[in-house]
Design a protein around this ligand. Structure first.
Ligand SMILES: Nc1ncnc2c1ncn2[C@@H]1O[C@H](COP(=O)(O)OP(=O)(O)O)[C@@H](O)[C@H]1O
Ligand SMILES: [Mg+2]
Length: 200
C-alpha cells in the first residue's frame, strides 16, 4: 500500500487475489450511498483509490476512550446502512450483503464521516452474521492500546444499537474468523470458546 504522487492510494494484492472484484464491489457501494473510498482504477493486482485521511476507528477508541460509546453506535449505524441495500448480482449465493470484516480497523474516520474499507471478503448471507463478526473480531482481537473496559463499553454500545438476535450468530462468526487467517494461540482459544456456546 502506498500513496502515489497524485495523492491516490495504491493497494497491491499480496495473496494473488484479483483486486478487480473488490473495486467492482466498491463502485457498486458508492452508487448505493455507502461511504467507501472512490475507485479510480483497478487491475488484477492493483487497486487505485481515493486516500481518505483520518484515524482508523480502532485508533480513535484507543486515543479517546471517552468516545467508546459513541463510536460503538457509529459502527452500528454503518451496519444499518448496509441493512437496507440489495446485494449486487455479481455476488453468488443467497441473502443480503455482508462485509464480513467490519471491525474498527477497517473504518477510517474521514472529514465527511466514517468510511468503510477492505471489501475483499464481501459476500451474501444473513445480516446478523455480519454484526456477530464485528462483535467477535473486537471481543477476541489483541488491540494493544485499547483497555479492556473501553473495549467493553464500545461493544456494549454497539450491541445495544443492533438487532439483539445477532448474538445467536456468534458461534458461526467465531468459526468463520478462526478459519480465515492464522490466529495467535490466545485468539484461537477465545474463538474456540465462543464456538462452544452452541453446545450449551
Ligand atoms: N482508501 C484508504 N484511505 C485511507 N487509508 C486506507 C485506505 N485503504 C486502506 N487504508 C489503510 O490501510 C489499511 C489496510 O488496508 P485494507 O484495505 O484494510 O487491507 P488489509 O486489511 O487487507 O491489509 C487500513 O486499515 C487503513 O489504515
Ligand atoms: Mg483491513
Amino acid at each position: 500500500m502506498f500513496i502515489r504522487s497524485d495523492g491516490l492510494l495504491v493497494k497491491r494484492t499480496r495473496t494473488g487475489r484479483d483486486l478487480r472484484r473488490e473495486a467492482e464491489m466498491m463502485t457498486y457501494l458508492s452508487g448505493h450511498g455507502i461511504p467507501v473510498p472512490r475507485v479510480h482504477d483497478a487491475t488484477a493486482d492493483e487497486l487505485v483509490m481515493q486516500y481518505v485521511p483520518g484515524p482508523r476507528m480502532s485508533e480513535e477508541i484507543g486515543r479517546k476512550p471517552w468516545l467508546a460509546g459513541q463510536l460503538g453506535k457509529d459502527l452500528a449505524d454503518l451496519h444499518h446502512r448496509l441493512d437496507v441495500i440489495a446485494a449486487p448480482d455479481f455476488l453468488s449465493g443467497e441473502g443480503n450483503l455482508l462485509h464480513l470484516d467490519l471491525h474498527p480497523g477497517n473504518v477510517v474516520l474521514g472529514p465527511e464521516g466514517p468510511v468503510v474499507l477492505d471489501w475483499a471478503s464481501a459476500t451474501k448471507g444473513d445480516r446478523r452474521l455480519d454484526i456477530a463478526l464485528s462483535w467477535v473480531s473486537l471481543a477476541v482481537a489483541r488491540l494493544a492500546p485499547v483497555k479492556k473496559l473501553t473495549r467493553w463499553r464500545f461493544l456494549r454500545s454497539f450491541m445495544a444499537n443492533v438487532d439483539p438476535k445477532a448474538i445467536e450468530a456468534i458461534p458461526e462468526a467465531a468459526r468463520i474468523r478462526l478459519e480465515r487467517h492464522d490466529r495467535d494461540p490466545a485468539e484461537r482459544a477465545a474463538l474456540e470458546k465462543l464456538m462452544d456456546r452452541k453446545r450449551h
